[in-house]
Design a protein around this ligand. Structure first.
Ligand code: HEM
Length: 271
């Protein structure tokens, strides 16, 4: 009898802990993504308003190339949509908005999915027409990330249109993490520098062991962790849920460190 009554309570408790850690992870990630949006609006938005496109070329790998209209348009679209998609994603995942602002959720969702596809295609155009940014490993990692974004975008939309909302939600989470890949790349780089007070395994040609790891890891690792989280949440015993909770708390702390460092290195004005 005691086993029968204890198990559901333990399940509830471990589920509450897991949900709490997932929320803490999400809010930390959103805070970090807002810093990324700030960088995009302040730096690219600001220099566009001033008509100072030369500023772009000081930070970008290819940047604006005179005579390459297609490439420059692709880059402009890419940067404009970067702000739209990074702001639109977190809003889409807030349960209160999903429940109380359904019409908005639907429209923001359509915009998000279309934006995800266009930003991926514009990124692919840049790397295949102009050459991979910083080297072949990053080119391959970016290509993988772009393909994952487009597959997740199509699946998210497909299951929303078929009213399979449980499956839709899962694909939407995968899409959010795939879209956040470029952000994870910067946070991962920041974390590595913070831990090592330098960047061992990184080379100028981005072909060191750490570079290769991050080139693919920024696309694959977040989604692998999500899959584990979903399985543990659905079917895990309380002990596994508690272990996952601990893992998420640790990951959140590491991510906060990476965000702090990425903000200093990449996103603050003048960095
Ligand atoms: C989906 C979310 C994405 C966002 C929010 C995003 C955002 C950005 C931002 C802000 C930059 C400028 C660099 C910086 O200031 O940090 C950039 C550059 C770039 N992105 Fe993306 N990006 C995304 C996806 C992709 C994908 C999937 C690809 C690859 C296929 C890609 C390829 C590129 C390339 C090649 C550049 C560099 C252009 C240059 O240096 O001339 N991006 N992106």
């Amino acid at each position: 009898m005691s086993v029968v009554t204890k198990t559901p309570a333990a399940q509830d408790h471990s589920l509450r802990l897991l949900n709490g850690s997932a929320k803490a992870w999400f809010f930390t990630a959103v805070a970090g993504q807002l810093m990324f949006v700030f960088h995009i609006l302040y730096f690219y938005g600001g220099s566009t308003v001033r008509g100072d496109f030369a500023a772009w070329n000081e930070v970008l790998y290819h940047g604006i190339i005179s005579g390459d209209t297609m490439g420059n348009v692709a880059l402009g679209i890419h940067l404009l949509l970067a702000a739209v998609i990074t702001l639109g994603g977190p809003i889409q995942l807030v349960p209160w908005i999903q429940k109380n602002m359904r019409q908005f959720h639907r429209w923001n969702g359509r915009v998000y999915v279309v934006t995800a596809i266009i930003i991926s295609l514009s990124g692919l155009y840049i790397i295949y027409a102009r050459g991979a940014v910083v080297g072949p490993f990053m080119g391959a990692g970016n290509t993988l990330n772009a393909l994952m974004i487009m597959v997740c975008a199509v699946m998210t939309m497909y299951f929303a249109m078929n009213r399979r909302l449980d499956v839709h939600r899962r694909w939407a989470l995968r899409l959010f993490l795939a879209v956040s890949g470029v952000w994870f790349f910067r946070v991962g780089f920041g974390l590595w520098i913070l831990i090592n007070q330098g960047a061992p395994g990184h080379t100028d040609a981005f072909d060191g062991p750490f570079d290769i790891f991050l080139a693919f890891g920024h696309a694959l690792i977040p989604i692998a962790i999500l899959e584990l989280y979903l399985r543990v949440k659905d079917k895990g015993k309380p002990i596994f849920r508690k272990a996952m909770t601990l893992g998420l708390v640790l990951l959140t702390a590491l991510m906060a460190g990476g965000i702090f460092m990425a903000t200093i290195i990449f996103w603050l004005p003048g960095s």
